[in-house]
Design a protein around this ligand. Sequence first.
Ligand code: SF4
Length: 362
Amino acid sequence: MFSLSMKGENMRREETKVVQIGNCKIGGGNPIAIQSMTNTKTEDVEATVAQIIGIGGSRMRHYPLRCAYDGGGGSTHRDKKKIHIPLVADIHFDLSFGNTQQSNMEQIRSVLNPGNIGDVSRVREVVEKAKEYNVPIRVGVNSGSLEKHLVEKYGGVTAEGIVESALDKVRMIEEMGYDNLVVSIKSSDVMMCVKAHELIAEQCPYPLHVGITESGTILSGNIKSSVGLGIILYERIGDTIRVSLTGDPLEEIKSAKLILKTLGLRKGGIEVVSCPTCGRTKIDLIGLANQVENMVADIPLDIKVAVMGCVVNGPGEAKEADIGIAGGIGEGLLIKKGEIVKKVKEEELLDTLRNELLNWEK
Ligand code: SF4
């Protein structure tokens, strides 16, 4: 059995326990999994399943998705045959998780915050059910709900308090004889979150789910998550991530993928680079770059595509990209590794690029 007593000097993601979430392994150096959370009403099964399929269908099949789950009434899991990505049930305060039938449990993995569940006997009830079905439990602590005695002990909400709270709960579950655990500590204060992860990584052998909580709208959420997750992941801490955004879960997945790709932690997918535009720009480069980004989303190549705003400097500035386009007045260029391949009409630029990508020899 794993336990906190197994802590290493510097427990990094290669050394954490491997935990199976449906068809996805996390921890122990496995690829960092991306999670998101549905924001439909869970009792609206149709809408919830459609949202999950939308995410799962966009080449995310092997990434786990955390799904809001109301403990039985909504029963998203009834449609599990349509869903090909693992689901993590958020049981909130609802213990009817314990009454869910085994047939519905196969693709549901639980997340539980013992702080929310309340007294020890209620936690034990959930742990016993989790043991029965070998379902991993995610132990979560959020800075916003830190216990009063830890706030008093550390003179406020601190990284040390968050870590102590999480480890107390892990210890409690270990004492109940269960070690199929994932740990999640969250704070909306980015640097506090970073410090807490540095502290817990030295003491905890379980995989860590990392995210900056309540990070805000698309812009501020992306910036806070990129900075926070960027530092934490760069320190080789973190086994699964969520970019929390006040927005469409699909945006969370796109951002998470980009963060991992930028850090060199995930390969696959086309990276689009585009110039910042300047006085030489004679086309709607912002529109074109967005169109290219959408167009390449489903093309399974691991290359760099450049979208440049002028034919004068564009080819040279795009020479690190495998392929690119540069727009001029009424016409543009197709470029490969900085070399001009051909001239095309402006309205044909996008299709020309698409054809090249679809016929790309790997
Ligand atoms: Fe300006 Fe051309 Fe450079 Fe884009 S590629 S920033 S349009 S000079």
